[in-house]
Design a protein around this ligand. Sequence first.
Ligand code: SAM
Length: 289
Amino acid sequence: MKLYAPSTIRDIKERHGFKLSKSLGQNFLTDKNIIDRIIEGAGIGADDLVIEIGPGIGVITNEAAERAKRVIAVEIDKNLIPILKETLADKDNVEIVNQDILKTDVNRLIEDCRNSEDKLSGVKIIGNLPYYITTPIIMKLLEEGVNADSITVMMQKEVADRIKAAPGSKAYGALSVAVQYYCRVEAVVNVPKEVFVPQPKVDSTVLKLAMREEKPVELKDREVFFRCVKAGFGQRRKTLLNSLMGVEGVTKEGVREALLAAGIDPARRAETLTLEEFADLSNEVYSRL
Ligand code: SAM
């Protein structure tokens, strides 16, 4: 049985009386090639733990279970749990967790697994993300310092474009700076909307976010760095001199001094600043708070 075939999805829906939930971002993958690209992109090894976000009916889960030592799949929809139990019945290395990923202590899941398995190598996070919370999921994992090697996930192409954007481009913004601070970003594959059931309105991209062992820049204060990034892009049409006035506790003179000390022309706009320049600038702002 091809689990990913549209006819299988139809059959499962009928037998279980399952109704797809639009509000939970349920667009199921029907293309084996794309499933393989996610698995290969993640680089899953035989001693790895895989954490999957939103398994749906288990198409990616099934393949991951063939490659990994253990798979923990976190699914919010309780109506999918009996279906997953059925579709993954022959996989004894899979654990299904019926939870909201945004409320899940992922590091605890990883730690518990490390304690119960004697030989666990890497940790790979994968998934075809529910699009309505793509950014919150990624930022939650990064901000809480998830103990994984990488996050290889499908998302709306437009969000992927923003994440991987370079300075000077239209898509470059606070999300690009934030994710690139924590990770090396690699595009795995572009995915047309036709390979999902039901078909979404937009195309998708799989990105691999490989966790950096060492951060690319030195920050005196991470919070001030992100406050500067947020203020800069919050009013991206304004010059940095004006937009950074939005950083709490700093005066216009302080902003000007910080910009000049960092070697940045106060008339520039946030979208032209590299990660290194944001770091230098925030370190100078921090000294003037
Ligand atoms: N992995 C499946 C596939 O590729 O066919 C399903 C992907 S579908 C785009 C997203 C999945 O995430 C759905 O199964 C949905 O129920 C689940 N989901 C939505 N919000 C979630 C949340 N907050 N926590 C965990 N899972 C969630």
